[in-house]
Design a protein around this ligand. Structure first.
Ligand code: SF4
Length: 333
């Protein structure tokens, strides 16, 4: 409501993944109560001391990841197929039904009431100096207590993993952590000490805060299979409009699957990087990069693990297992 008031918008949409039944119900209930109390809608009381009113609608997605991209999100609300739009024009110029539109994550907007009530000075003192506020850290993978933790920006990565998320099962060592969602550069397990979870610190460490989705992988993790699984996700979620993304994501999955199954061919690593480079920067929306970067980053940082799965390095110790798998069909889920 405050954001709508600030930009003079009389309609606001909250777009939620259709799978989030519980939270959709909760949000709709709160919205219905707000309507009944006259806080939202045409009968809105003069909450801000003006005649301003806003209608708020909850719109459920139908399961497509790409509808989190702002222009396909607008197409989805308009009842069209969730294809990203070519930009420009940007949503602020020509957005929902041709109107100027501002799109923000709910996580961002939820900071606004607290800032208005307590002041920017209060807010600027939370967390990292140049990236103040709290962050929703989504911790997954090899931790005892996966979940979403709201903590100040700049919280130490090791603090989140070991103190909040309960450490690694079996006290195993960590091989790899992706600190900002699957497309961001991974950090090696021996690099984690002292890394703070804010934009500047992660940039300095060679990664990025991204979505703050922290993916922890222990020492026994097969990174080839991890990358095959990540690539399969982007292949599945590609909307198919751009040839590099539609075709390239499929080729990356095929190459990684054969490497994971022990059928890696000579030069597969170079071939993978070549496909990823041909996607990167050549697509309508950022899903192309989101699919290419995990391949580029993971292969460059753990190259030895990928090279060990090519047929020209059969003497690598990890290949003993691969040899035994050679004639069995492996499906990467
Ligand atoms: S990059 Fe991929 S998801 Fe984005 S528009 Fe092109 S094909 Fe669709």
């Amino acid at each position: 409501m405050i954001a709508a008031y600030a930009i003079g918008a009389n309609s606001a949409y909250v777009y939620i993944r259709g799978e989030y039944h519980k939270w959709i119900k909760l949000f709709q209930k709160a919205l219905d109560e707000a309507y009944e109390a006259g806080l939202v809608g045409e009968k809105m009381k003069t909450t801000f001391g003006t005649k301003f009113h806003v209608n708020i609608y909850v719109h459920k997605g139908a399961g497509a990841y790409i509808c989190g991209e702002e222009s396909s999100l607008m197409n989805s609300i308009e009842g069209k197929r969730g294809y990203p739009r070519v930009k420009p024009p940007f949503p602020a110029q020509n957005g929902l039904w041709g109107n100027p539109t501002t799109i923000n994550n709910v996580e961002t907007l939820t900071n606004v009431p607290a800032i208005i009530n307590k002041g920017w000075e209060w807010f600027s003192k939370i967390g990292a100096e140049k990236h103040p506020g709290t962050i929703l850290y989504g911790v997954s993978g090899h931790v005892n207590k996966p979940g979403v933790y709201e903590l100040p920006s700049g919280t130490l990565l090791t603090d989140i993993i070991y103190n909040y998320a309960g450490g690694v099962p079996g006290n195993k060592k960590i091989k790899c952590v992706i600190p900002g969602g699957s497309s961001m550069p991974p950090l090696r397990g021996d690099q984690l000490e002292g890394i703070a979870m804010d934009a500047e610190s992660l940039k300095a460490a060679g990664s990025s805060i991204g979505t703050a989705g922290i993916m922890v992988m222990d020492e026994d993790t097969d990174l080839v299979r991890v990358l095959a699984r990540i690539s399969k996700f982007y292949y599945h979620e590609s909307c198919g409009q751009c040839t590099p993304c539609r075709e390239g994501t499929g080729w990356m999955v095929k190459i990684l699957n054969r490497m994971a199954a022990g059928h890696g061919q000579k030069d597969d690593v170079e071939l993978l990087l070549s496909v990823a480079n041909n996607i990167d920067g050549n697509t309508i929306c950022a899903l192309g990069e989101a699919a290419a970067w995990p391949v580029k980053f993971m292969v460059s940082r753990f190259r030895e693990e990928f090279e060990s799965r090519m047929n020209n390095s059969l003497d690598h110790p990890s290949l003993n297992k691969v040899h035994s798998m050679r004639h069995s069909k492996i499906t990467v889920e």
